[in-house]
Design a protein around this ligand. Structure first.
Ligand code: ZN
Ligand code: ZN
Length: 377
């Protein structure tokens, strides 16, 4: 580090108060480190310097003795006593990170065989299937073991030898010296790519990778109550991982086709009932074909347009709660008869002549009426 006389204050670098305790300092440093991680900051040439600065500040403040010296004499005092941290010896910022957090300990996943990737397929079902639950066959292309070489990557009948470099373990221990002592990390062997074995003649089918694409057919169990946009996870049914690493997951994205008569609202099903004006006035009952058979709505006398009639427990099944169902709701659409015959016209005229204010009075306020007719509840 050059121009050490202009070093920033260690407390300022970490953004902590002068009387901050150990855990606050540690948290502040980890937070900064996360922001400056090389994997997220590949584009920022300053990130490395900033991280070194933060690491130095942390080294000073996380050690009680150093901190006391620093509090009294500043950076100058640490240098005089030979206690000033120095990170110039590191090859790269990644090494520095590894020294602090251990290889891959920061979510980078460096070293070790890579797990298999996830696979997603989409299927469409209709509302009746979503209601009852359904089994559906699906076909996916998945990276699996090569059947020609049985996954070992060698041309059948040719020898496979143990990797000299790692002695067959597939992993190497990398030891680096850091200001915090020796740090040992385990990394994937670069000669055998973690396999531990090397094929003298690679399998022609998979070019020595030991893996190939398979068409895999399976049946997915779609549970009753599933909603549009939900996904089902089949753990371990995705692409095969590298040498012994776990396979990825298979996700089935479910879309539910719109139904011509019912909309779904949470676990409820909603529909519209056309009720002729005279029947809305007199009260009636109406049958509707629900998803699971006929349902009867009782419409009380004097029902107004937009009122909602509910049949409890006839909506969608609640996902993974057997026996529980939402409600079936119908919004009343009062239909005023059109194209009246002569006789009908006479009857309505007779009715109209007898209507009094009492027939039209409601307990609802004007604003309440507006809300209802505008669809607010
Ligand atoms: Zn093969
Ligand atoms: Zn090896």
């Amino acid at each position: 580090m050059s121009s050490s006389s202009t070093k920033r204050d260690a407390y300022e670098v970490l953004g902590v108060a002068r009387d901050a305790d150990e855990s606050t300092i540690k948290k502040a440093f980890r937070k900064l480190a996360r922001e400056l991680h090389p994997d997220v900051n590949a584009h920022d040439p300053q990130a490395e310097e900033k991280f070194k600065e933060a690491a130095e500040a942390y080294e000073i403040l996380s050690d009680a003795e150093r901190r006391a010296t620093y509090d009294r004499y500043g950076h100058e005092g640490l240098r005089a006593g030979g206690a000033a941290p120095n990170f110039d010896g590191f090859g790269s910022i990644s090494d520095l990170f590894d020294a602090f957090f251990g290889g891959g300990g920061f979510g980078g996943g460096r070293g070790g065989p890579a797990p298999g990737g996830d696979v997603a397929v989409e299927i469409e079902i209709d509302l009746a299937d979503a209601f009852a639950g359904v089994k559906r066959p699906i076909a996916v292309e998945i990276v699996g073991r090569c059947e020609t070489c049985n996954g070992n990557g060698a041309k059948p009948g040719t020898p496979i030898r143990t990797c000299d470099r790692c002695g067959g373990a597939g992993r190497l221990q990398a030891v680096s010296r850091t200001p915090f002592g020796q740090v040992v990390r385990t990394v994937e062997c670069d000669t055998c790519a973690g396999d531990g074995r090397i094929a003298e003649q690679p399998c022609e089918q998979c070019e020595g990778l030991g893996r190939e694409m398979h068409r895999s057919e399976l049946e997915v169990d779609i549970p009753a109550g599933i909603a549009d946009g939900q996904r089902i996870r089949l753990g371990g049914r995705g692409h095969q991982g590298d040498a012994g690493a776990p396979s990825g997951d298979l996700y089935v994205l479910v879309s539910v086709a719109p139904h011509e008569r019912f909309l779904r609202d949470g676990d409820d099903l909603v529909t519209v009932l056309d009720v002729p004006a005279p029947l809305a006035a007199l009260g009636t009952s109406m049958d509707v074909d629900a998803i699971d058979g006929p349902a009867t709505f009782s419409i009380p006398a004097g029902t107004q347009p937009g009122e909602v009639i509910t049949v409890r427990g006839r909506g969608m099944p609640v996902l993974r709660r057997p026996g529980r169902q939402g409600d079936l709701r119908a919004m009343v659409n009062v239909v005023v008869p059109r194209r009246l015959t002569k006789d009908q016209k006479r009857l309505v005229e007779e009715l109209a002549a007898t209507i009094t204010d009492d027939n039209l009075r409601s307990d609802e306020t004007m604003v309440g009426k507006l809300r209802r007719l505008m669809g607010h509840r």
